[in-house]
Design a protein around this ligand. Sequence first.
Ligand code: AMP
Length: 184
Amino acid sequence: MHKILILGPQGSGKGTQANILAEKLGIPALSMGQLLREEKASGSEMGKEIQSYLDVGELVPDVLTTAVFKKRLENDDVKNGYIIDSFPRFMEQYESSQEFFQPTAVIALTVPEEESITRMMKRAEKEQRIDDNEEAMKKRLRWSVEKTQPVIDAYQAAGICHSIDGVGTVEEIAQRIAEVLSLA
Ligand code: AMP
């Protein structure tokens, strides 16, 4: 059974690759960002709390994020495996997810900072998020990359992490992922 975690900086294309991989394996692709938005939309007490962070563009606290993911895993559709994009992304999440989440493989997409920024700027333009200036993006990106590295290191030490060059076409990257997972 596949339980594949995809990590990578913003603008690394992890959502796209998660969907391609899910289709290939016939299992659902979960996205932590999407799960948080769904919980917010449900209007639950937890959703209201989550909303206060999402609405100002802040990271959702680890306790809430962990609870949302854990709850999602109770759904029947993940019984035969799943792809998860972006959880656990920080060491606190890694530690609190140990008891209920053991990935079979981890894909860490690597993209040079400049490329990541360029992709994020394009996305911000498309979504007309004019508040996103380059300096602020860089700062957030660096912080996030630094905070995720220990999680990647931990899975690397467990021998289940594959670092994948995230520069190239969507198809090329999908092919690289398929190869390391022996699906090609
Ligand atoms: P995304 O859809 O991946 O761009 O994520 C959207 C937002 O969800 C992010 O900006 C964060 O606020 C939040 N988020 C996603 N993954 C996590 C995580 N592992 N921990 C905390 N917040 C997260």
